[in-house]
Design a protein around this ligand. Structure first.
Ligand SMILES: Nc1nc2c(ncn2[C@@H]2O[C@H](COP(=O)(O)OP(=O)(O)OP(=O)(O)O)[C@@H](O)[C@H]2O)c(=O)[nH]1
Ligand SMILES: [Mg+2]
Length: 311
């Protein structure tokens, strides 16, 4: 049997989670047009006759201030680089090589082979397409300067499903022999239902709130009651934590309209996910400056790396 891990890394918004969902054929990681959608590592487990690949989706790598949610996010990507059999490094070719510095620095010292993936080629404009060979050469040079093994380069589109079969086939070839890490063939992720429920709510916050506000929000599932006996509904109560009093009103909206829309859309997604009816109660609370406070971050389930705690 083949069995191995593949870490999916890259800058924010490169298309990592979209690619994972496509390869798995299931939505385990939320996707939005906003950068920094993924906040923590999520596993996607692909089990086939020949074995298992465990994909690790990661938050986008960027330069983060120490001691806050962004440092937590980048650390999640850093930890995913410890010990996979292969790395998929996604690069959006509409950007420029200079923006890849933070990713290259995090990769430095890694001995894991990398498949370099230029993504979203379906929307590539003519000048960027013309510059792609040079972009690729520059990226390869930058990687080899850091002694990183480039196992291959591909141009793909998750939206149009271009190059995906070849990518997965090549990746199977690189998986080592070994026992399955997750023997239950039905299991597609490492996370409990509660996590996905919280993520569906966060997805709506990202989609329905203005530019910066979603980054000040964290979702806590307070109650999750599965249907039992007469009760057919899954009963969910969640708290949306914001950082400041002024943000509370913005999430609730005039006459409660915003939170109602968020709740309705999230509930529809949750019902699809759990395949049954749900009640979703949402409340908004202020957890002062939670994105910068190690204790508050911990309360939200975001544990900072030791080094980053000392501000
Ligand atoms: N046109 C096009 N858009 C894509 C493709 N792949 C992803 N996108 C879009 O790019 C945006 C970001 O996609 P994500 O999958 O959330 O990107 P990510 O790398 O996981 O982003 P973070 O979690 O923020 O780091 C979404 O709007 C996707 O629909 C693609 O192949 N083609
Ligand atoms: Mg993502």
């Amino acid at each position: 049997m083949k069995s191995g891990f593949i870490a999916i890394i890259g800058r924010p918004n490169a298309g990592k989670s979209t690619l994972l969902n496509l390869v798995l054929g299931a939505n385990v990681s939320i996707v939005t047009p906003k950068a920094q959608t993924t906040r923590e590592r999520v596993l996607g487990i692909l089990t086939e006759k020949c074995g298992q690949i465990v994909f690790v989706d990661t938050p986008g790598i960027h330069r983060a201030k120490e001691g806050g949610i962004n440092a937590f996010m980048v650390n999640e990507a850093r930890e995913a680089l410890e010990g996979p059999s292969l790395i998929w490094y996604l690069v959006d070719p509409s950007s420029a090589p200079k923006h890849e510095q933070a990713v290259l620095e995090l990769l430095a010292g890694s001995t894991v082979p990398v498949i370099l993936l230029f993504t979203k080629i379906d929307v590539l404009r003519a000048p960027q397409r013309a510059a792609l060979d040079r972009f690729e050469a520059e990226m390869k040079a930058a990687l080899s300067e850091k002694h990183i093994v480039v196992a291959g380069t591909m141009r793909i589109s998750a939206r149009k499903s271009q190059g995906i079969k070849e990518l997965v086939a090549q990746s199977w070839d690189r998986m080592p022999e070994g026992p399955l890490h997750y023997p239950d063939e039905e299991q597609i992720s490492d996370r409990p239902v509660r996590f996905f429920v919280a993520e569906k709510i966060r997805e709506q916050l990202l989609l329905q709130l203005g530019q910066e506000l979603p980054y000040s929000c964290a979702v806590e599932i307070e109650k999750f009651e599965e249907p039992s006996g007469e009760k057919r509904l899954t009963r969910i109560e969640a708290i949306i934590h914001v950082e400041r009093e002024s943000q509370k009103g913005m999430v609730i909206g005039k006459g409660g309209t915003k939170i109602k829309d968020i709740g309705q859309a999230a509930r529809a997604e949750i019902e699809r996910f759990i395949e049954g009816p749900a009640f979703l109660g949402l409340r908004v609370k202020v957890l002062k400056e939670w994105t910068r406070d190690a204790e508050a971050l911990k309360k939200m389930g975001y544990h900072l790396p030791e080094k980053s705690k000392a501000k």
